[in-house]
Design a protein around this ligand. Structure first.
Ligand code: DGJ
Length: 322
């Protein structure tokens, strides 16, 4: 009898160890990351937010009938799929839609998670609209609110930013991507309140990603070359509404074969790291698109650099990423 009990114990102990052994201690940059079930993570053009003990990663899926999926992780390396937040069935307006670059922030007053995204109808990019969806639960399906052109402007690649005072902002590429528009959102975050600035008119930038470090806001963008990578640039400003600096090159001429989607501040008990998250697009085989997580470094208050690393290990406790 004892022999059998020992055997059963060993069987479960080994099973547990092998699951433990599979936990990732690093991410291999440029590959399509996998979740804790070994499935490819579909969260392209995505964004991140922390809720409780979890980091959430919400991005484009594009599996048949799915637009936006949700993953969560405690350590930013081991991800668990939590569900699809927007699908073709969510709303009649999503029937033949295409959704890109979804970003989510939380509104403390309305207790709603608010998603902004790029909305297209049909196959080309001529609709050029923003769209909004909301949910009281980050892991549950969102309710589609509307698609529209902010103050009549085209709106393609975009990002959302919630500032320390609770004000929220929407950056989006307008006028055939020639201008980067900046809007302040209404208090409930479900509409634009004010058009604040046209950044680098004629600059032809997309893929905006914003972060604040110390006294400065940093905005990273790419050029516009479809799915092909190009030179990433950044600018800085003491105020979100500007004046913003000139655009400066960052990383190499292809942003290490990636395009910016988010900058994630990782606040630990020893340091704060700023993680650049980029998509390594495969425009032909979309689901083979990979991801890149790299720590941004700062030479002084307003100089930001990005260097390549084959892989990255993240310690959410200390805030160190190497
Ligand atoms: C680059 C954009 O950043 C992507 O989101 C996507 O719209 C592709 N262009 C399509 O070519």
């Amino acid at each position: 009898m004892m022999k059998y009990i020992c055997l059963i114990f060993c069987f479960f102990a080994l099973g547990y160890m092998s699951v433990e052994a599979q936990a990732k201690t690093a991410l291999i940059n440029g590959t399509s990351f996998t979740d804790n079930e070994g499935k490819v993570i579909n969260a392209h053009g995505g964004g991140f937010l922390k809720v409780g003990n979890y980091y959430y990663w919400i991005g484009e899926n594009r599996k048949q009938g799915v637009f936006v999926s949700c993953y969560r992780s405690k350590d930013l390396m081991n991800w668990e799929f939590r569900g699809d937040l927007l699908t073709r069935q969510s709303h009649p307006e999503l029937d033949s839609a295409n959704i890109e670059r979804p970003k989510v922030i939380y509104n403390l007053k309305t207790k709603q998670f608010v998603m902004w995204m790029h909305y297209e109808y049909g196959r080309d990019y001529s609709y050029a609209r923003a769209a909004i969806a909301t949910s009281s639960d980050i892991e549950k399906p969102f309710t589609f609110v509307k698609s529209f052109r902010p103050f009549g402007n085209m709106s393609r690649d975009c990002t959302l930013y919630k500032d320390q005072d609770g004000s929220a902002y929407f950056f989006s590429s307008a006028r055939e991507n020639y201008d980067m528009m900046l809007y302040k959102l209404t208090d409930d975050y479900t509409d634009v309140k004010k058009q604040i600035a046209t950044l680098w008119p004629g600059g032809h930038r997309e893929a905006p990603a914003l972060v604040k470090r110390g006294k400065y806001y940093f905005l990273m963008t790419s050029g516009c070359t479809g799915w092909a990578p190009n030179q990433a640039m950044y600018a800085f400003s003491k105020s979100i509404s500007g004046p913003w600096s000139e655009l400066k090159n960052i990383a190499n001429s292809t942003a290490f074969d990636s395009q910016s989607t988010f900058i994630l501040p990782l606040v630990g008990n020893k340091t704060t790291s700023y993680l650049y998250v980029g998509d390594r697009w495969d425009g032909k085989q979309y689901f083979k698109s990979g991801y890149i997580f790299l720590p941004l470094t700062f030479e002084n208050d307003s100089t930001m650099t990005l260097n390549w690393r084959d892989k990255i290990s993240i310690d959410v406790k200390t805030g160190k990423a190497k």
